[in-house]
Design a protein around this ligand. Structure first.
Ligand SMILES: [Zn+2]
Length: 217
């Protein structure tokens, strides 16, 4: 799951009092942003094992602080508090926190058992990464269904150009993720690429959201 994580952000962003789309894009991937940041000093860890899943070679063997349910709830609470301070809107804070938690729930469908409840066993994951013919259409449907919903429930101040650019960008990064070259071994290039991709997508989402308002309000 990569761009599918942005679906909850797009849905929550249609609420009149929601946080901005850029903030919600950060919320959607906060658990992975945290993971990439903790990979750098080696607090969390992964390795490349070709063939470990049909769709990607990541052995995510140590992610207790980001990809446990308890960890995800704590990241959500922290992010919700930040949004509460920044916006003074309870609905914005709650929406953003729910989007943070949605990351763990969506990961549960695609990961092989490498997720945890509180850091230790049991390891959870339904393994759709081993079923590309299910996972790929599901992720496309989820993301572009949510984009369509967002497009219908919001109105652009000027044209829909920014939303189209965001849609193309999402399709492009997903295509690179699925079909692009894979790193043969783990290196700092992996967290660096993750952080760069999430930064670009959040910036594009902020730029798109700034040009739109709720359709009814
Ligand atoms: Zn994740």
């Amino acid at each position: 799951m990569f761009i599918g994580h942005f679906a909850p952000a797009l849905i929550v962003a249609t609420r009149p009092k929601a946080a901005g789309l850029g903030t919600l894009f950060v919320a959607a991937q906060l658990i992975d942003i945290g993971f990439a940041a903790l990979l750098i000093p080696g607090i969390e860890a992964m390795r490349i094992v070709p063939g470990i899943t049909a769709m990607n070679p990541m052995d995510l063997y140590q992610m207790p602080y980001t990809h446990s349910l308890l960890g995800a709830l704590l990241w959500a609470a922290g992010f919700g508090l930040l949004v509460q301070f920044a916006t003074k809107r309870r609905e914005a804070a709650i929406g953003a926190a729910l989007v943070v938690v949605s990351h763990w729930l969506l990961d549960l469908f695609v990961h092989i058992p490498d997720l945890t409840l509180s850091g230790g066993p049991p390891k959870l994951g339904l393994g759709l990464w081993n079923h590309p013919l299910v996972e790929m259409p599901l992720e496309i449907l989820l993301t572009f269904g949510a984009l369509l919903y967002y497009a219908r429930r919001t109105r652009a101040h000027s044209s829909n150009l920014r939303l189209w650019i965001l849609a193309v960008l999402l399709a492009l990064v997903q295509a690179i993720d699925w079909f692009g070259p894979k790193e043969p071994v783990y290196s700092l290039a992996i967290p660096a690429t993750m952080l760069a991709a999430y930064a670009v997508l959040a910036a594009a989402a902020a730029w798109t959201g700034a040009n739109r308002r709720p359709a009814d309000g």
